[in-house]
Ligand binder design. Structure first.
Ligand code: CA2
Length: 148
């Protein structure tokens, strides 16, 4: 049985590849989902790849992942820098959480340097472009490999 991993995406990530390619590259979120789905199959994972512009929807998906998913890869978008609600929801999830940012937030505005989600994340991948999602899945596969 493949292990289920949630890949969660926050606000505006549906615009990936359509604007600001100098910051976010030219891959769309659909491209990322396709690549993640192919990699997941190689790694023995099944993914639920989701995006929402609504904070509460992301909280609900994290709750849904409790008890059903082995790990979460999350790019919370701008909620990274604001959302105690997403942090609290992640604290209620027991498996590995890997935080992903396409851009190098540390080279950008100072308000992007603080992440609430990092207080829970087991790993953080920043500034590796959309490849960061694949790195996150590889890390989750490794961290969950000895679980039945
Ligand atoms: O670098 C990342 O992955 C971010 O999580 C992306 C967020 C940003 O608020 C974070 O600080 C860092 C933004 C999501 C993408 O927004 C776009 C807006 C216009 C065009 C394309 C993407």
């Amino acid at each position: 049985m493949p292990k289920l991993v949630y890949v969660l995406n926050g606000p505006n990530l549906n615009l990936l590849g359509q604007r600001q390619p100098e910051i976010y590259g030219d891959e769309t979120l659909g491209d990322v989902e396709r690549d993640c789905t192919a990699l997941a199959a190689e790694l023995g994972l099944e993914i639920r790849f989701l995006q929402s512009n609504w904070e509460g929807q992301i909280v609900d998906w994290i709750h849904e992942a409790r008890g059903t998913a082995e790990g979460i890869a999350i790019n919370p978008g701008a909620f990274t820098h604001t959302s105690v609600a997403i942090l609290d929801a992640l604290h209620a999830f027991e498996g590995p959480v890997i935080e992903v940012h396409v851009s190098n937030v540390h080279k950008r505005e100072s308000f992007r340097h603080r992440s609430y989600v990092s207080l829970r994340a087991d790993g953080i991948i920043v500034g590796c472009g959309t490849q960061g999602y694949a790195l996150a899945l590889r890390r989750i596969a490794l961290l969950t490999k000895d679980r039945p």
